[in-house]
Design a protein around this ligand. Structure first.
Ligand SMILES: Cc1cc2nc3c(=O)[nH]c(=O)nc-3n(C[C@H](O)[C@H](O)[C@H](O)COP(=O)(O)O)c2cc1C
Length: 187
């Protein structure tokens, strides 16, 4: 797509790497390390379609526009969350307290939902305005309706408009970031 000076597309490998397999491997490793330097927050995405609900650990989230207030999340196409968001067109971005870092491990595969107890893997939730689950212990939440779904490859970027939001803990509560854990994703 890019045509610097009109010379044609570049990539995925820059010219010095060319098509040498060993050079490509070195470059792949370098590119991963550079991508890992990008700072991220760490969230739990709440999703729902009908009576199916899920929570999923996700760091690829960002605000995308001032007006309207758009927030994007990039979700693996194979994830259960993908199926639910695709079907219902809603999601909740739960902002987690740094003290609750242990809970992100509970949301790396489809969760056990207890509808009577209103828990996801034992973690209490309630339904947001869109119906998607808000974790009771989230510091803050952004409840979103999907306005666009962009296929990016292995992921879909769901672009949601914030239709409801709130704090559930003190606004000054330190929130979870990738660097607070030993986990990584991407690269
Ligand atoms: C630290 C961490 C960050 C993650 N970030 C993302 C992400 O940004 N997008 C994504 O699709 N999956 C991400 N995942 C992977 C999902 O949490 C994982 O694939 C999960 O199984 C998908 O959940 P589901 O099938 O229950 O929806 C991350 C996992 C970890 C451990």
């Amino acid at each position: 797509m890019a045509q610097p000076g009109g010379t044609g597309p570049i990539g995925p490998y820059p010219p010095p790497v060319g098509d040498h397999p060993a050079a490509q491997e070195d470059y792949d490793r370098l590119r991963r390390r550079v991508l890992w330097t990008m700072p991220y927050g760490l969230y739990v995405v709440g999703s729902r379609a009908g009576e199916r609900r899920n929570g999923m650990t996700l760091n690829w989230a960002t605000q995308l526009s001032f007006d309207p207030k758009l927030v994007g999340i990039a979700v693996e196409r194979e994830a259960f969350t993908h199926q639910l968001v695709d079907e219902s067109g809603v999601f909740v971005l739960n902002v987690i307290s740094r003290e609750d870092r242990a809970i992100v491990r509970k949301f790396t595969k489809p969760v056990d939902v207890d509808l009577a107890a209103r828990t996801l893997n034992g973690i209490p939730y309630h339904d947001g305005l869109t119906g998607a689950p808000v974790l009771d212990q989230a510091v803050a939440f952004l409840d979103c309706e999907v306005r666009q779904a962009v296929e990016t490859g292995g992921h879909t970027l769901f672009v949601g408009e914030v239709v409801d939001c709130g704090f559930q803990q003190d606004e000054e509560t330190p929130v979870l970031r990738m660097e607070d854990t030993r986990m990584s994703y991407g690269g």
